[in-house]
Every structure is written in structure tokens, then in C-alpha cells.
Design a protein around this ligand. Structure first.
Ligand SMILES: [Zn+2]
Ligand SMILES: [Zn+2]
Length: 228
């Protein structure tokens, strides 16, 4: 298939390719390829970090495509608040490339058989009209032929946005925020989200999925905030 030339979203050159990013801009993105904790994706020497050892999260692994730094922060903000489906396609395509490379390198991975996007409370969904995690999840589900379920789990608690809170308040804010009505017995689940900051929401959702019977839960996020 011939690639479609678009304007690059970052530098406005005309060599944006079919992802809307030119080669130099693509190369300069803050890829999260450094040695990291396999469970939460914070940078380590490749072993599990102290925080995951002392307080193990409910999710078992994390794959983060990029770090939440310039210009990814701006791109994700733009995506979220403008419902820019082109950007959903860009992030999903780049994430797929990473997954493909990963699966070639390792035979030890748990095969994911269900994809669940981070649920959004219905009030917020009404405000925004679109769930940024769901749009990316749809594309990943289709490309990987893994079932997508965005109704199994709901966000039942309408909470202030996590971004406005510190870690302690984030944990308190999100506690009991999700509910899951169906059995997820024996399933290996990937939760899709745009940004992982402290991981409090992903952890709480993973806990809910495990309580519903999930065998393995991993986080697939487009960007990870790294502690400075
Ligand atoms: Zn560019
Ligand atoms: Zn960790």
C-alpha cells in the first residue's frame, strides 16, 4: 500500500508519512526504551524496583511506549481534548510496532486474551464525548485480533481529575472507583490507558479485575511519567 503523505503534526513539514510524523520528529520522540522495572516501567537496571517490591501493585507488568515529556505531553493533551482520531491511530500504530519487537525478543510473555480500556465515568464521558483510552484500545484490539471489552468494567465513582492531586490523595480518590459485573476467570488482560503517572488508577482497576478472577493483568500505556 502506498503511504499517504501528511503534514507532520510536530514540525509542519510535508513528509508526515501515514502517521502524521516525519522521520526526524519520530526519531526524536522520547521513547521509553531505557532499562526499567518490568512491573511498573520506572527506570531501574532492569530488575523490579524497590516500590514494586515493598508494595506490589495489582498489575503484573507494564509496557510504556514513550515518556511523558515534550512533545508527547502536548500531543496527548491535544488528542484528549480535541478527540483527534488521527492521533489515536498514530499512538496505536507506534505501540503495535513496539509490541511486535517485544514479542520477537521474548517467548516468555503471557498471551493477552482480553483488552480493557481504562473506563471513564459516564458524567465525564458526557462532558468530553469520547474516551481516549477506548479509541486506542479499539485499534489495538483489531490489529492484534484480541477481544475488546469496554462494558465489563465501569467507573462507578465520579472523582476529581487525578491530575490535580498528590499521590496520597490520588490513591484515596480512586479507591473503590471501579466495578466489574462479570467473571474474568483465567483471563490475561491488558488495560489500555493514555498516560500512567503514579499508576494509582491502573492499580485500582487491576485490583478490581483480579477480584473478578483475572489471572494476569498488564498495563499498556502510551506514555509514562518518570520521577525526576
Ligand atoms: Zn516533523
Ligand atoms: Zn516497579
Amino acid at each position: 500500500m502506498p503511504s499517504v503523505q501528511q503534514t507532520c503534526i510536530l514540525c509542519a513539514s510535508h513528509n508526515g508519512d501515514n502517521l502524521g510524523l516525519c522521520k526526524p520528529c519520530l526519531k526524536d520522540l522520547p521513547w521509553h526504551n531505557a532499562q526499567q522495572c518490568p512491573q511498573c516501567a520506572l527506570m531501574t537496571n532492569g530488575s523490579i524496583c524497590g516500590s514494586c517490591l515493598s508494595t506490589p501493585p495489582s498489575f503484573d507488568a507494564t509496557t510504556a511506549l514513550l515518556t511523558y515529556d515534550y512533545p508527547v505531553d502536548g500531543l496527548l493533551q491535544h488528542y484528549k481534548y480535541n478527540a483527534s482520531l488521527n492521533l489515536a491511530h498514530t499512538f496505536a500504530s507506534l505501540f503495535l510496532e513496539k509490541k511486535l519487537t517485544q514479542s520477537k525478543q521474548s517467548m516468555m510473555q503471557n498471551e493477552v486474551n482480553l483488552i480493557i480500556p481504562m473506563p471513564m465515568h459516564q458524567n465525564r464521558l458526557k462532558e468530553r464525548g469520547f474516551n481516549q483510552a477506548l479509541e486506542i484500545a479499539k485499534l489495538l484490539s483489531k490489529a492484534l485480533t484480541i477481544q475488546l471489552d469496554y462494558t465489563a468494567c465501569q467507573r462507578t465513582k465520579h472523582t476529581p481529575p487525578q491530575a490535580s492531586l498528590n499521590l496520597k490523595d490520588r490513591i484515596k480518590n480512586i479507591k473503590g472507583a471501579f466495578s466489574c459485573q462479570q467473571s474474568l476467570q483465567h483471563l490475561n488482560i491488558a488495560i489500555i490507558d493514555d498516560v500512567m503517572t503514579t499508576g494509582a488508577s491502573l492499580n485500582e482497576l487491576a485490583k478490581t479485575l483480579k477480584q473478578a478472577g483475572a489471572a494476569h493483568v498488564e498495563c499498556w500505556v502510551m506514555a509514562r511519567t518518570l520521577q525526576k
